[in-house]
Ligand binder design. Structure first.
Ligand SMILES: Cc1ncc(COP(=O)(O)O)c(C=O)c1O
Length: 421
């Protein structure tokens, strides 16, 4: 049987072929080329902690660890205060409530985001208007934003995509201030990124972050909202206090999924054990965005606050974030060099900004976005496809957003953790 034929087989005698070939290459001194994008900041100490939390349901109701993490996060982030939720999307819902956005109000959002961002607004009855992005930092484009402002506009969402600081943030904020609009910063990808030494999320009225397993740090699911305005913080706190905790069964599943996500995405043994793990835990595996949400509906467990065990995991993860962000930066410098050598346009690093490079985005040549072999040949790794639609994962081609369409068609992301340069 030829090597090509072996590669075409998914599995040989129960052993998955592609990862097995990768392992053999690795044993022969080759480099790891198939990093996953999730759970890359999760280590053995996090797993031990998660296991001990699974065995201690008596502390699942404590408020102390939640408040402790929120204080630590606010201090690390340079914010007046922070509140935790079950997802960046819920933190955004808290922001919408705190800003008193009402049905009939319009909010401008970049047309290159996640469906859950649009949903959070739509669930509140707010009308979403999508502006285009610029292709330097994949953030909202000022001119496109400005053209969408109407007397009904109440707020704009500035998204710091892939951990880059959005190119037009300051112009948008200046305009918003003069027009009496609120600014919500979507920092789901950009925890720790800064401009002139100030962390993103502190420039607008409210900032929110994600701790979902593919983000800068992971509690499997989770989010934080921050503000530097006392009244807005009080209102975010009110939203949190009326939000339910996940059920005990859900907390158990979240902790199992935290461990499982590591074993499926980061563990060096994953090539051998992932099939078995998927069989064993199939029914327990949670997906961060459900079919219900993809279809624009609110899932039953939407709107929850974060329970103590996840806040304890978050605290442990926060202790490593600066080190991991430094590793990401080193990887980005490596990709920067490789891309320049190969003639690819590299992402824009705004002057005086420090991106966190959750991923390293570039535009692939036409028709190559999903071509694994091409990327492996060019860069030696498997690429990420984020975003696969204007409202990821939902494709929504919009006349007002031609750059977003280009990015959906061509933007690939190179990993910044979990591979060896
Ligand atoms: C740009 C952006 N904003 C918000 C979110 C939502 O974060 P979460 O999954 O924590 O709700 C995501 C999720 O991937 C995202 O990519």
């Amino acid at each position: 049987m030829t090597a090509v034929a072996v590669k075409k087989l998914k599995s040989l005698a129960g052993i998955p072929v592609a990862p097995a070939i990768a392992l053999c290459r690795r044993l022969a001194g080759g480099k790891l080329t198939y990093p996953e994008f999730g759970s890359q900041t999760v280590d053995m100490d996090d797993l031990i902690l998660a296991r001990s939390l699974l065995d201690s349901p008596d502390i699942w109701d404590d408020v102390g660890p939640i408040r402790r993490f929120e204080r630590q996060f606010a201090a690390w982030n340079g914010s007046l205060g922070a509140y935790t939720f079950m997802g960046g999307r819920v933190a955004l819902s808290a922001a919408i409530a705190a800003l008193r956005l009402q049905p009939g109000d319009e909010v401008i959002v970049p047309g290159y985001t996640c469906i859950v961002v649009a949903n959070a607004l739509i669930f509140s009855g707010v009308t979403v208007r999508y502006c285009d992005i610029e292709l330097g930092t994949y953030g909202p484009d000022f001119d496109s934003f400005q053209q969408l402002v109407t007397p009904k506009t109440r707020a704009v969402v500035v998204q710091h995509t892939y951990g880059l600081v959005a190119r037009d943030m300051e112009k948008i904020i200046e305009f918003a201030r003069s027009a009496g609009l609120y600014v919500i910063e979507d920092c789901a990808h950009a925890m720790g990124a800064s401009l002139r030494g100030i962390h993103v999320g502190n420039f607008g009225d409210i900032g929110f972050y994600s701790m979902e397993q593919s983000k800068v740090l992971s509690t499997f699911n989770g989010g934080v909202a921050v503000s530097n305005n006392h009244q807005l913080l009080e209102r975010i706190g009110d939203y949190q206090s009326q939000a339910p905790y996940p059920s005990k069964d859900r907390i158990r599943r979240l902790l199992i999924n935290f461990i499982l996500a590591y074993r499926l995405q980061k563990s060096p043994m994953r090539w051998m054990t992932s099939g078995y793990l998927r069989n064993k835990h199939g029914g327990d595996i949670l997906h961060s965005t459900t079919e219900t949400e993809i279809n624009g509906k609110m899932p039953a467990e939407y709107g929850q606050r974060m329970p103590a065990p996840l806040a304890i995991l978050a605290e442990n993860q926060l202790g490593k974030i600066d080190d991991y962000n430094k590793k990401r930066k080193d990887a980005a410098l490596y990709w920067m060099k490789r891309c320049v050598e190969k003639g690819f346009t590299v992402p824009l690093i705004l002057q005086d900004s420090r991106p966190v490079f959750l991923r390293f985005p570039i535009m692939a040549p036409s028709g190559r976005k999903y071509d694994l072999r091409w990327c492996k040949r060019e860069f030696g790794v498997k690429q990420g496809f984020w975003f696969t639609g204007e409202l990821h994962p939902v494709a929504r081609q919009m006349d007002t957003c031609p750059n977003a369409r280009n990015a959906v068609l061509s933007c690939i992301n190179l990993p910044t953790l979990g591979f060896e340069p």
